[in-house]
Design a protein around this ligand. Structure first.
Ligand SMILES: [Zn+2]
Length: 324
């Protein structure tokens, strides 16, 4: 089988649905250097340090501008960007100003026919019920049009505590926000099931440890619950030994809807097109398989239904005209 060309991968219309704003801060923008990162705990500490140095609206605008530039370079037509206010001390209590600062370059890009971007505000796993409720209520009261979803991330080593966050997710759902949740990375299969049942998550961030429970895998496949998988991130943080044994291939073969994403691209020095390319090489994926992953990424993204239809039509056209 011939190797899929990078140029074809870049041209393939796709969405990125697991991307943290915190992992899109260029260390040089805040005068820092990238440390060695090999665990989730280290990563989270580093993000606090990095994002804690972003105090100016102009810096946020530059982060958004570069994010859009990288999306274009990888052929990303829509990105759902997770932002966890707890990493941003200068903005945590000025969320409206933060979203406005990010919004300028995003509006500009969209007007120029570039990618659409939605923000998913993320609760922290380590938060108390009160803190989670407070943040959710602040986001709902703000009603910023750039915010499309509620998310939850952070280290689940000390427990997932999904029951603590169920009320916040319920309120977000009733207010029309989409829901995604980190689970099955630093937590096991049970947390994936809870994210769906207690939090009403429509999409699972990572989710790869669902493989610890074959019944759950079958259930995810049957219900079409999508997993947004981040292969390089899992290897760097020591969850998976090597890309060649990454569970994304087993999940795909089991019929689970999977997409490939970068998580924190600037921390790992990766881009989305490169991630597709590495996986294609590791698993022997051809253009048809990559096309199905791109379809899942678009179907599972939190763009408006109109935008999703537009992107699916663009994908069909691309796959139709590039078929050999
Ligand atoms: Zn993540």
């Amino acid at each position: 089988m011939s190797r899929v060309e990078r140029s074809w991968i870049v041209d393939l219309p796709k969405a990125e649905v697991h991307l943290h704003l915190e992992g899109c801060v260029p260390p040089s923008l805040v005068g820092q250097e990238l440390p060695d990162i090999s665990s989730l705990a280290q990563l989270l500490t580093h993000l606090d340090h990095l994002c804690g140095a972003v105090a100016e609206a102009g810096q946020l605008a530059e982060i958004a501008r570069q994010l859009v530039g990288r999306a274009v370079a990888s052929g990303v037509r829509h990105a759902d960007v997770i932002v966890n206010p707890s990493h941003w001390p200068h903005w945590e209590h000025r969320l409206g100003a933060m979203f406005d600062a990010l919004d300028g370059p995003l509006v500009e890009a969209e007007r120029a026919g570039g990618p659409t971007v939605g923000l998913c505000v993320s609760l922290s796993r380590s938060s108390s019920r009160e803190e989670a409720d407070e943040l959710t209520d602040a986001v709902l009261a703000l009603g910023h049009p750039r915010v499309v979803g509620l998310s939850i991330d952070g280290n689940e080593a000390a427990g997932s505590h999904n029951e603590r966050f169920a009320a916040a997710f319920g309120r977000a759902a009733r207010a029309g926000l989409r829901r995604c949740a980190h689970a099955g990375e630093s937590s096991g299969a049970g947390a994936v099931r809870e994210a769906i049942e207690l939090l009403g998550a429509e999409r699972i961030d990572h989710g790869i440890r669902c493989l610890e429970d074959p019944a759950l895998v079958a259930d995810l496949a049957r219900r079409g619950v999508p997993l947004d998988v981040c292969p390089t991130s899992n290897v760097v943080l020591g969850l998976v030994q090597d890309l060649s044994v990454h569970p994304v291939e087993r999940l795909r073969c089991a019929g689970v809807a999977v997409s490939v994403n970068t998580d924190d691209p600037l921390l790992y020095g990766i881009d989305l097109a490169g991630e597709y390319e590495r996986c294609a090489r590791a698993f022997g994926w051809d253009e048809a398989v990559l096309g199905r992953l791109a379809r899942t990424s678009i179907e599972s993204c939190f763009a408006t239904p109109e935008r999703r239809s537009e992107l699916l039509a663009e994908l069909d056209h691309f796959l139709g005209s590039s078929a050999r």
